[in-house]
Ligand binder design. Structure first.
Ligand SMILES: NC(=O)c1ccc[n+]([C@@H]2O[C@H](COP(=O)([O-])OP(=O)(O)OC[C@H]3O[C@@H](n4cnc5c(N)ncnc54)[C@H](O)[C@@H]3O)[C@@H](O)[C@H]2O)c1
Length: 262
């Protein structure tokens, strides 16, 4: 097979969560460009519609689907109602770890309340279980599938400053995704994670304006730039494709070499 045939996703239906902006937006657009029909999920329907319209205007197939990934019933309805056929690629991208200045970020963990950490677990861990559970139910009968979970370097190395629960949720999502790799192998399903470093999206836009923050962060990235959503999307395309059919249970760091500075 040629390289372009290996990356061809024609005939696949992909669901990308949290695709109304940022990394998810770019992943949805890239998978559609390579032939997948894409369900653009977000709990903000206007955002999802804007992205789906943009993809359709570019001549590809997409539809918007509103669901809060942390709510199993909403996720279940989304999988039943979309009408594009069985989902064969799930990208668990929805997350709420933006480095924004939240009240939680200013509190040491020992002063936080359960509500401060439950909101991280709900999206970054429960959301991944909910969506993957419904997704693989549609992949197993077809004997082919891809699960890709976007985690964070916070989940691999731990981040404090109010991000303890976020770190735990992302690490949990990675462990869960490896378990799905074990389960899915016999059904032609691979499951992998992409671990992102600081990536230029609306989630960290405000921080990037801060020169001191930028200097400090980039000193840990050996390529000396922030990640772009396209960096994540290119990795997601590869892992979604036939080119990655022998790769499962892995975490691919897309982080400008951050790992090497640890
Ligand atoms: N941007 C970074 O620096 C960075 C670093 C490491 C990991 N990540 C991870 O990458 C992923 C994408 O991050 P981003 O920077 O594009 O974020 P973002 O905040 O720019 O976009 C996230 C999108 O997800 C949607 N969303 C949030 N909660 C949802 C829910 N419960 N159900 C459905 N949709 C929901 C939001 O409405 C938003 O459109 C996340 O999982 C994040 O944790 C990002």
């Amino acid at each position: 097979m040629s390289a372009s045939e290996l990356l061809d996703l024609s005939g696949r239906v992909a669901l990308v969560t949290g695709a109304g902006q940022g990394v998810g937006h770019q992943i949805a657009a890239t998978l559609a460009e390579y032939g997948a029909s894409v369900i653009v999920n977000d709990f903000d329907l206007d955002r999802a519609k804007r992205v789906a319209d943009e993809i359709c205007t570019a001549g590809h197939v997409a539809m918007a689907a509103r669901a809060d990934v942390g709510d199993f019933d909403q996720v279940n309805r989304m999988f039943s109602d979309h009408g594009l056929g069985p989902v064969s690629i799930v990208v668990n991208n929805a997350g709420n770890g933006g480095a924004g200045p939240t009240p939680t970020r200013q509190l040491p963990f020992w002063e936080q309340r359960p509500a401060d950490w439950e909101r991280f677990l709900r999206v970054n861990l429960d959301g991944v279980l909910n969506v993957t559970q419904r997704g693989i139910a549609q992949m197993v009968p077809n004997g082919w599938g891809r699960v890709i979970t976007i985690i964070s370097d916070a989940g691999r190395v731990g981040e404090s400053r109010g991000m303890e629960a976020y770190s735990g949720a992302k690490a949990g999502a990675a462990g869960f995704t490896r378990a799905i790799a074990r389960l899915g192998g016999q059904y032609g399903i691979t499951a992998n994670c992409i671990s992102l470093g600081a990536t230029r999206t609306p989630a960290i836009e405000a921080q990037i304006q801060n020169e001191a923050f930028t200097k400090k962060v980039l000193s840990n990235y050996i390529v000396r730039r922030f990640g772009e959503p396209s960096d994540a999307a290119n990795a997601a395309l590869f892992l979604s494709s036939e080119a990655a059919s022998y790769i499962t249970g892995q975490t691919l760091p897309v982080n400008g070499g951050f790992s090497l500075t640890l």
